[in-house]
Design a protein around this ligand. Structure first.
Ligand code: FE
Ligand code: FE
Length: 395
């Protein structure tokens, strides 16, 4: 029997990971064609504010799939409107393609919760499940167990091992806002996003007043980092007042210092590539420490910040030799803002207002101790900062 695949999702936006996964599924499952099905409203999924319209998502998907003859884009769920239940879609396609076997594709997490889907039994009667798995150990075991359980209930389940770009739509939208998403988007899709002004790609974020800057920053952070970032801004302002630094620069560096922190390690490298930064070996080995560098690049190019702010963001994680007043303030504020809790933080808070240099020194020493305990390496910048302050490094 000939087989037709169905690959649904919000595709907000569609990216090369979707297209590669679709092409792999066609090959691995021997599909005659694969129908890409953008949801009108996906069940249990809230679309972020400012998302494209369903028609714009459909159009982007059509552009993304244009070069792949076996991929077809359907507007079935868009025409149906309301919540897009897969059971309704499968039933409609079954009627449209009698005598064909339908294969419903889904990611591992969707498969693991499949029994909670609306009318899951009816779906199983009408379709084979095709499950994308990335081969991470824990995931593999969970999928194998679930597969056995489902087959016991009469389901047909086939796995598609995919090694394609794994990038979430949330991360994609952040990269788009930072103007770094190019390598993940089919060329036509990127042009369409620009032309339609989607995902803030044409937003004018240079020199925003603080209240507007705060809104933009909050929208780009992981929700659990917001309190820290606002705490760092407010602390930086107090320290600037205490030590006579520029209060506006302190506030802006404080609120922007972790602006790229929500970007995963490997994607930090994407940002560096997009901004043309060549990295040293340490950064390549520890891409998580890169958020200070990428944050400074975004502050400069996307938010139009001045050199003092950019440089304070750049050194906030590692420090560096000969830090100026603003750089020191941001380093210390990041370390002891009110949401921080660790042994010694009170001493650091006191020192910050009585002897800023001593606070910086203590912060660097505590970091060194922490890295030692973890068995991690010290970055070249931290090494230089410690040596500059006359602190002996034994790791
Ligand atoms: Fe940071
Ligand atoms: Fe921070």
């Amino acid at each position: 029997m000939e087989r037709i695949g169905i690959f649904g999702g919000t595709f907000n936006p569609p990216h090369i990971g979707h297209i590669q996964a679709a092409e792999q599924a066609v090959a691995a499952l021997g599909l005659r064609k694969l129908i890409l099905m953008p949801a009108y409203i996906a069940p249990h999924k809230v679309m972020p504010a400012g998302s494209p319209t369903p028609r714009q998502r459909l159009e982007m998907l059509r552009i993304a799939a244009a070069d792949c003859p076996q991929l077809e884009v359907s507007d079935l769920e868009l025409r149906r409107e309301g919540i897009s239940y897969t059971s309704d879609t499968v039933q409609a396609l079954k009627a449209q393609y009698p005598g064909m076997e339908l294969v419903l594709l889904m990611g591992a997490d969707m498969f693991l919760s499949f029994r909670e889907w609306k009318d899951s039994e009816a779906i199983l009667k009408n379709a084979v499940l095709g499950v994308f798995c990335r081969g991470e150990k824990g995931e593999q075991a969970a999928i194998a167990a679930k597969k056995a359980e489902m087959e016991g209930l009469g389901a047909k389940v086939e796995l598609v091992h995919n090694r394609v770009v794994a990038i979430s739509s949330t991360q994609m939208r952040r990269l788009l806002a930072f103007q770094c998403a190019g390598e993940f988007l089919p060329a036509g899709v990127e042009a369409y996003i620009r032309e339609q002004g989607l995902y803030n790609v044409n937003a004018q974020w240079k020199n925003l007043p603080m209240d507007e800057l705060e809104k933009v920053v909050v929208s780009l952070l992981h929700p659990n980092r917001v309190a820290h970032v606002l705490g760092c801004r407010d602390t930086a302002v107090k320290l600037a007042q205490r030590w006579g630094a520029d209060v506006t620069d302190a506030a802006r560096a404080g609120i922007l210092h972790d602006i790229t922190k929500a970007i995963d390690g490997p994607l930090q490298l994407t940002l560096c590539r997009a901004y043309g930064k060549i990295l040293n070996d340490f950064s390549r080995k520890y891409p998580k420490t890169l958020h200070a560098l990428t944050g400074s690049l975004v502050a400069e190019r996307v938010f139009g910040e001045n050199e003092a702010v950019v440089s304070a963001i750049r050194s906030h994680t590692t420090g560096k030799a000969g830090m100026n007043l603003l750089e020191t303030i941001i380093y210390v504020a990041d370390y002891m803002e009110p949401n921080r809790a660790f042994p010694g933080v009170e001493t650091l808070r006191e020192l910050a207002y009585t002897d800023l240099q001593a606070a910086l020194k203590l912060g660097l020493e505590m970091t060194l101790e922490h890295l030692k305990r973890q068995g991690s390496e010290v970055s070249p910048e931290s090494r230089e900062a410690l040596e500059y302050l006359g602190i002996h490094i034994s790791v």
